[in-house]
Design a binder for this molecule. Structure first.
Ligand code: UDP
Length: 319
């Protein structure tokens, strides 16, 4: 097949491109290299089956040209990372709303099945035991730019499903829960690569708040095959599916685990949210996926435990 991957030079996107290229597919990679990096896909570029287009999803003509003759679209290009969203709220909104609309409209125009990346952020402050795909969203005030990411991604899901319903072109929504792995950078806030970098450098590990907030980290290596399987599963069309891991940890517990696994003598520094993200920041206390639907649809069972996931990041950064 010929497949377009937007954001294909990013963390998840580049792993997906590796997977798809390995299966013998022809690839178009559209990426503006804003948070992605050429280094993530350089090894793929010599292949005649791979075309890299350094462009923006905000440019409808580029998106349309990239989508022509394509069978599948994986739309992963987005403004990501809490730091990035808080520092550049308007730019992030434009990319996540207008960019997605451009990609989805091109996909339906060319009759290409499409998957779009969403996020556990859409659940907002709902800290239920396990968040299933129909769980309520609890968002803070739209006056707080922290919530703009959750708001935009919620609308992205509607743009995807309503265009699909109106045209009959199938789509799937992938709701990622804190996906982690090699090539992820801590530069935009993501906690695991950031803690690993701090531990390896012997610098204090910066735990925000009191560190009792909880997350459940998933491996990119578990998630990638699930992405392609879902776009091949008619029962998944028109719906959202949670993808991630199953082992919950507090962020303080994560810092301690990373310190141990790196053998680092780094200290742990508690940083008030205000200092980390500016005044009025609200964090999510807890975020646990219910993975029942992915299990039922494609037999999804995450294989990587938290320690394995951390080790893949340590190996990547220690190289
Ligand atoms: N976090 C932290 N120190 C950091 C970066 C993040 O304690 O240097 C915390 C952050 O406040 C949040 C958790 O780690 O509670 C996960 O943050 P991340 O940005 O990786 O993902 P998300 O907030 O989207 O779950």
């Amino acid at each position: 097949m010929k497949i377009l991957v937007t954001g294909g030079a990013g963390f998840i996107g580049s792993h997906l491109c590796d997977h798809l290229a390995g299966l013998g597919h022809e690839l178009v990679i559209l990426d503006d290299l804003s948070t992605g990096a050429l280094a993530n896909i350089r090894h793929l570029l010599p292949s005649r089956a791979v075309r890299f287009v350094p462009g923006s999803i905000l440019d409808p003509a580029t998106v349309d040209e990239c989508t022509r003759g394509v069978d599948l679209v994986f739309h992963l290009a987005a403004a990501v990372g809490v730091n990035n969203i808080v520092d550049h709220p308007l730019r992030s909104l434009r990319i996540n709303l207008h960019g997605t609309e451009n990609v989805v409209q091109a996909a339906v125009r060319h009759g290409a099945r499409y998957a779009i990346a969403s996020t556990s952020e859409v659940y907002g402050k709902n800290d239920a035991d396990r968040l299933d795909e129909n769980a309520d969203r609890i968002l803070g005030s739209p006056l707080k730019s922290r919530w703009s990411y959750a708001a935009a991604k919620g609308l992205d899901e509607l743009i995807a499903t309503e265009n699909s319903r109106a045209t009959g072109v199938p789509c799937v929504i992938l709701r990622f829960f804190n996906v982690v792995g090699p090539r992820q950078t801590g530069q935009y806030g993501m906690v695991v690569p950031r803690f690993v970098a701090q531990a390896l450098a012997g610098e204090p590990i910066t735990v925000h708040g009191d560190g009792t907030q909880r997350r459940c980290f998933g491996s990119v290596h578990d998630v990638i095959p699930a992405m392609t399987a879902l776009l091949d599963t008619p029962e998944a069309f028109g719906t959202a599916v949670n993808l991630g891991g199953q082992e919950e940890t507090s962020i303080l517990g994560l810092a301690e685990r990373i310190r141990e696994l790196t053998g680092s003598a780094a200290g742990i520094r508690l940083v008030p949210y205000q200092e980390a993200y500016g005044p009025g920041f609200e964090d999510m206390r807890r975020r646990m996926p219910d993975l029942t639907l992915a299990g039922r649809l494609i037999g999804y069972r995450p294989q990587y435990r938290l320690d394995d996931i951390i080790k893949t990041v340590i190996d990547d950064q220690a190289r």
